[in-house]
Write a protein that binds this ligand. Structure first.
Ligand code: C5P
Length: 240
């Protein structure tokens, strides 16, 4: 698939057009950013790790019938995806208290939640991606209520599947962020990436952090943490 014009450059990825108008080529970068780009670093090998981890997870989600944009991994740092019009909503699913939920509601990090929490954030760098509710989504006319319900339903299915998948790797899925879009037929599909950049992943026995919090909190080697996730995913026997 021929690489054509650069369509978009984000903090961690570049998106290129290809000779197929419905397919894009994603290049994962070795860049690490946190706190809306305020903390930045180059992390050698991170592009390769996230490309491979995200490819494995999207492939798994395809096998259980969750519609998504992933087509195939092309090289160490590149993959092909279906072109989607991205919905400017980040959907966060939480199983265990951590991060902004702990800060906002005063919940101790690591406490399991007695109900799965789904949150919506408005994707807008200038506004700092604020937390929004269904009324705000209607007010801003981002998606219809039916589409939002469909996104929430899919996010919970992804949570069930990934929780199970990571459990088989001795990894606890604490929380994660998803993005959705519409494909060329107007169908809602899961998009973006699923990697230790977008999930909190803790060792099930020790609660060791194996995700981007290692960088956010400056508590270890990011490449080692991500490599651990990849190695465990490759060795996992998943039964669903
Ligand atoms: O910071 P917060 O606790 O709200 O993050 C919840 C989850 O969403 C974490 O797994 C985090 O890595 C992910 N996230 C993300 N991109 C953002 C915000 C949060 O991947 N812009």
């Amino acid at each position: 698939m021929e690489k054509r014009a650069l369509l978009y450059e984000g903090k961690a990825k570049q998106l290129f057009e290809t000779n197929d108008p419905n397919i894009l080529r994603v290049q994962y970068k070795d860049a690490l950013t946190a706190f809306n780009g305020e903390k930045k670093e180059r992390a050698k090998g991170k592009g390769r790790l996230n490309n491979e981890i995200s490819s494995i997870l999207f492939h798994q989600l395809s096998t259980v019938g969750i519609a998504n944009h992933f087509v195939k991994r092309l090289s160490e740092t590149e993959q092909l995806v279906k072109k989607t019009s991205i919905i400017p909503i980040e959907v966060v699913v939480r199983n265990v208290a951590a991060g902004s939920l702990s800060r906002r509601l005063g919940l101790e990090e690591g406490v399991p939640l007695n109900t799965t929490v789904v949150e919506f954030y408005y994707k807008d760098d200038d506004l700092g991606d604020p937390l929004i509710n269904e009324d705000h989504i209607q007010l801003l006319d981002l998606v219809s209520i039916n589409q939002l319900n469909e996104m929430k339903e899919m996010a919970l299915q992804v949570n069930d599947h990934l929780t199970n998948h990571f459990k088989a790797c001795d990894v606890k899925l604490v929380d994660f962020k998803l993005e959705f879009g519409f494909d060329e037929e107007g169908k809602l599909i899961l998009s973006d990436e699923i990697s230790p950049d977008t999930c909190r992943l803790w060792d099930v026995h020790t609660n060791e952090k194996l995700d981007k919090d290692v960088f956010r909190e400056g508590i270890g080697q990011i490449d080692q943490a991500y490599e651990t996730i990849l190695t465990r995913l490759k060795g996992a026997v998943v039964t669903d």
